[in-house]
Design a protein around this ligand. Sequence first.
Ligand SMILES: [Fe+2]
Ligand SMILES: [Fe+2]
Length: 276
Amino acid sequence: MSAKLRIGVIGDIVGNVGRKMVINNLAHFKEKYNIDFVVANSENASGGFGLSKKNANELLSSGIDVITGGNHSFDKLEIVELMDIMPILRPLNFPQNTPGKGIYYTKVKGEEVAIINAMGHYGININLDNVYHKLEESIIFLQHKNISNIIIDFHAEASSEKRIAFCQLRGRISALYGTHTHIGSDDFHIQNDSFYVSDIGLCGAYDGVIGMDYKIPLQKAMQGYGKGRYEVLENGNNIFQMIVLELDHGKCKSAFKIKKINDKELENIQAIKLES
Ligand SMILES: [Fe+2]
Ligand SMILES: [Fe+2]
């Protein structure tokens, strides 16, 4: 007999503001909800672009067990040497010969768990392999290995691409959740024992534009050009958000979303269960 697993999944952690929200809150929520394992997307954790070695170590010490990435995975190249020795993923459909890995295997409470990081195509300026073929191959491989706890971070701009992958895989995976837009969506549900949400939403600054100061994006939007690069918004309201999945032999039986804005913990929202 094996125990149920509780897995926390976190979307894009943006800059020092996002890191601070995770570092200050994760241990508390892990204890409060008996969370066994945490996956978090850290492609924007260092200054909004990429992940430094120092911040990777800091996040892995804060209670995160596996780090996922996306189109900003390689913005800070120093991370490459850690990708082979630490639980740091980049999307599995990056071209052949890209450093790093897109799947991570581990054991949680004696059960085998696979974390997959995938990336959609729309609006992503990288020459990726077809994400649906890559996912199909991976799921068939995991089924052969009898691994049923399968968690997928699908990093993509378009919710339609994430829905296609969920429809392709539901019933064969534990969860597929979106990252990249930084905006949490309220479509979380469980169907065929698989969890889905189009985007978890960021941990970081809440008032600007996807965690960044609005001034440069506004100037660029109004003039068609602008100098400087996006900067993490340092002041105002901050958010921590995480989804907790309860898995039983790979099947997602329940899930809920935790949200905290500044010091205020909001009421958790349960995922609804849809008929198959
Ligand atoms: Fe992001
Ligand atoms: Fe992204």
